[in-house]
Structure formats: C-alpha cells, structure tokens
Design a binder for this molecule. Structure first.
Ligand code: SAH
Ligand code: SF4
Ligand code: F3S
Length: 444
C-alpha cells in the first residue's frame, strides 16, 4: 500500500506522523507523493481556529483524488479528530479512520484492517489512563535530529487552551522506557534528541510517574554515550525546578536554549489566563537561568488580545519583551476555542485591535531578533546540518542547519552530502531570521 502523511500543528504531531510512517514502512507500506497515495493520513491541530479550518479545506482538496479512484481513503488523527470524532464521517465519507492521541499506537493495525475490508470504518478516540507504549521501529533509519515523547496530555487548563481536552490528562512515560528509546536512537545515528511534552517540567508528577523527576531524566539521557545535543519542549514557567536550571550549568550536551512560553507580561492577564505565575516571577526565572548559563537562547510564546486585555496590559507585554530580549518568539491573536473557560469571558477584543497589537509586538521582536543575530557575527558555532538550503549558490551548494541555540545557519560547501553531519562555521552575516556562516575544516 502507498501512503502519504500530512502533518499540522506542534512537534507532537510531527513525532506521531514520523512514528506512523516508520511503522507502516516496516510493515511493507511505501511512503509516496500525494498524487500516488492510496491512503492519506492527516494529523490535525485545533489550538486556534485557523489551523482547525485548514483540515476542512484540505479534505475538500483530497476529495478530488477519491473522485478519481474510489479506493483512496483518509485517516484523520490529532487534536481536531479527538474533538470532532465520527462527525467527520458524515461530512466526508472517504474518511474511514479517526484517531485521537491515545489511539495512534493502534493506527497501523487499523489501516491494515480497513484495506482488507472496504466496508469498515474505525474510530480510535478513547482516552486511556496510561501512556500506551508504541511498537519500536528498531530497524528504521533515524534522523540526526529526533523527537522523543516523554509524556502525553496536560493538567493545567490554562483558560484559553484546548489541549487538555484534546490530549487528555497528563500521563508520563516510564523513565526506563524513555531512556531505552533514547539509547536505541543514539546507537542508530541520532545526534540530537528533543524531549517532547506539553509541560515537560511536570514530568513524573502524575500517578503514572515512577519517581523520576524531569531533572533526573535529563541527567540520565545526557549520560548516553554519543549523544551530542539534548533539548526539550515545552516548559511551563510555574513548574521549572531549580535542578532543571542547574542542569544547564552541569550537562555539557544540554543545548543552551529554552522555550519558556510567557503568554503575557501583564499580571492581570496572566491571572485571567490561569498561568499561576507573575511577570516578576518570570523575570526572576530568566535572571536565574542567565546566571547559570549566560548565553542561553530564550524563546517564548505570546497571546495578544486576550479577553479584557487593556492597552496598559499590552504595554506591560512590550515592556517584558524589552527586558528579556528573547532570541525569537511566536505570537498569536487570542482565538476562542469551544468549551474552554475564556470562551465565556466578557470584554472580547476586536479583531482589528488584536491585529494591530500583534503587528506592534512582532515589529519589536523582529528588531530584537536582528540585533541578537548581528551579535553572532564573527563567532564560531557548530552546526548540525538538516539538509540543503533554499539559498542558491553560483558554484557551491548551500546547506542549512542549526547551532546549539537553535538558530538557523546557512553556509556554502562543496562536500557532497552534509545532511546529519556537524560542521564548524564562522558567522559572516546576519539575515532577518537566520545567519550565514563559513565552513571551517572537515565535517564530522
Ligand atoms: N504547552 C505549551 C503550549 C501549547 S499550545 C505551553 O504551556 O506553553 C502553543 C501555543 O499556542 C501556546 O503557548 C499559546 O501561545 C498558543 N495558544 C494556545 N491556545 C490559544 C488560543 N486559544 N488562542 C491563541 N493562541 C493560543
Ligand atoms: Fe495549554 Fe496551558 Fe497545558 Fe500549555 S500548559 S498545553 S497552554 S493548558
Ligand atoms: Fe495543536 Fe494539539 Fe499540538 S491542538 S498544538 S496539535 S497538542
């Protein structure tokens, strides 16, 4: 069977899609381009309205393939599938499988059944009260940069957020299973591992934990021989332990970068969001991190136009941006999500006002990003190469990778294939969102 995967949303979906792809290939299926697919698998995101709408327009487009060949069918997974469930079948009859987060482990078997029985439809939407371990894809090739799920779900119920409803309650994976998977990945060629969870700082602090804290897990994984870079997303500021901050000063392969979503710089808005920290607490964490690891690359997320956000609240956010000077940030307009508490909050902000605030925030961030990138000029950085760059060279190929702070570095080289290799570069030039480097010596 020939399949094609379309991923939307966060790294969790990317990781799920990657696991599915590897597992199907180990069963003899072939990954193909869209035109040749018999089965489409879509992982969906409902964190804001826009990504949710994408699913419906995509399904409309995929219908053309079904019209040409009625055997073609679609599996919809991820957060929209968890919410909308079997209603997909009514609107799009060619959707024959819907699966939620906890159903992913059973998707390959379900797809095999669907292929052998054309009248069947399957839904895998139940939440389980444990982390369903997945079959190991021991044989598949491993990318140099690889994600590892360490937990599922979230218990925080920030008032704007749909994730606790789509991904269920927090369930940590056993540390032994995580470490075994990391060891296997490193032995098969992974050089950088990124640990994934909605709130990795509370890893282990649920009834499924085995007593291992997140800091202890970092130490155990960092010790794996051959692992060159270790990172993690996402961290909730209220849960970051001193031991995790200390780890940045102790573990040489722990990348000096941290994504620490602040959402707002206003205490009133933070409280209404249910974030359970203040701007002062956040600034203290930043100071503490910079004392331990002076060059740590901090990134963040913002929501602008949260219900009730005043001009003064928004200015507090701008002030926090100027104080922290994040390397980069993601910022979003508040979007009402069905069933979350903020949906019922009064004083919704006009769309136009939200757009204006977003523009002001992004302009400020862009200025800081450029200044920070310019400070990198002249520095030597090690780059883990992801693949060929979009930049066209006259004689040499350009390659794209990331330094240990997650910054994109493009550089020219005549070495034949550098994907997955590490190279030393000297930074020559800063662009708006990336750096241009010059390769030094041999890749390894
Ligand atoms: N677990 C992560 C975030 C997951 S969602 C954390 O706790 O930080 C990714 C980002 O989407 C969030 O950080 C937030 O900035 C944004 N987001 C979530 N819900 C949103 C909503 N209803 N409207 C706009 N942005 C939202
Ligand atoms: Fe959503 Fe908050 Fe959980 Fe992050 S911590 S996933 S923003 S509820
Ligand atoms: Fe989106 Fe679900 Fe991830 S809502 S951000 S795909 S957890």
């Amino acid at each position: 069977m020939c399949f094609h995967i379309l991923n939307f949303g966060c790294q969790m979906n990317v990781a799920d899609g990657h696991w599915l792809s590897q597992n199907l290939m180990s069963r003899g299926w072939t990954a193909v381009s869209e035109q040749d697919a018999q089965v489409f698998i879509i992982t969906t995101c409902s964190v804001r309205e826009k990504p949710e709408q994408k699913v419906y327009s995509l399904l409309g487009r995929l219908k053309e393939y079904v019209d040409k060949n009625p055997d073609v069918f679609v599996a919809v997974g991820g957060c929209v599938a968890q919410q909308v469930g079997e209603e997909f079948w009514n609107r799009f009859p060619f959707v024959r499988l819907v699966f939620g987060t906890d159903g992913t482990a059973m998707v390959p078997q379900a797809l095999e059944r669907l292929v052998s029985d054309p009248d069947l439809r399957i839904s895998l939407l139940d939440f389980l009260d444990y982390y369903p371990e997945r079959e190991h894809n021991e044989k598949g090739s491993v990318e140099a940069q690889t994600f590892v799920n360490i937990m599922q779900g979230c218990d925080n119920f920030c008032t704007y957020c749909i994730v606790p409803f789509t991904r269920g309650r927090q369930k940590s994976r056993a540390a032994s299973a995580v470490v075994a998977e990391c060891m296997s990945l490193v032995s098969r060629g992974a050089r950088e591992l990124t640990l994934l969870g909605q709130n990795v700082n509370s890893y282990g602090q649920d009834k499924h934990g085995d007593g291992t804290s997140f800091a202890q897990l970092l130490h155990r994984i960092s010790d794996i021989p051959g692992l060159e870079r270790l990172g993690f997303v996402t961290s909730h500021p209220k849960d970051i332990a001193q031991e995790v901050v200390d780890a940045f000063g102790m573990l040489s392969n722990l990348s000096p970068q941290l994504h620490l979503p602040v959402q707002s710089g206003s205490n009133a808005v933070l409280q209404a969001m249910g974030r359970k920290y203040t701007r002062e607490h956040y600034l203290e964490i930043v100071q503490n991190l910079r004392q331990t690891c002076p060059h740590i690359a901090l990134t963040t997320d913002f929501i602008v136009g949260f219900p009730g956000e005043t001009q003064k609240d928004f200015e507090d956010t701008l002030d926090l941006v100027k104080k922290v000077r994040f390397v980069s940030s993601f910022s979003f307009k508040y979007s009402d999500r069905p069933g979350v508490r903020a949906e019922k909050f009064p004083d919704k902000i006009e769309e136009e006002e939200k757009s204006q605030r977003l523009q002001i925030l992004q302009d400020l961030q862009n200025r800081i990003t450029i200044e920070k990138l310019n400070q990198m000029v002249g520095q030597e950085v090690t780059v883990l190469v992801e693949g060929p760059s979009k930049i066209q060279g006259d004689t040499q190929t350009f390659w794209r990778g990331r330094d240990c702070g997650g910054r994109i570095v493009n550089f020219a080289s005549s070495f034949p294939d550098l994907s997955g290799k590490m190279v030393l570069t000297t930074i020559q030039e800063a662009k708006r969102h990336s750096l241009i480097g010059e390769i030094r010596g041999e890749p390894w």
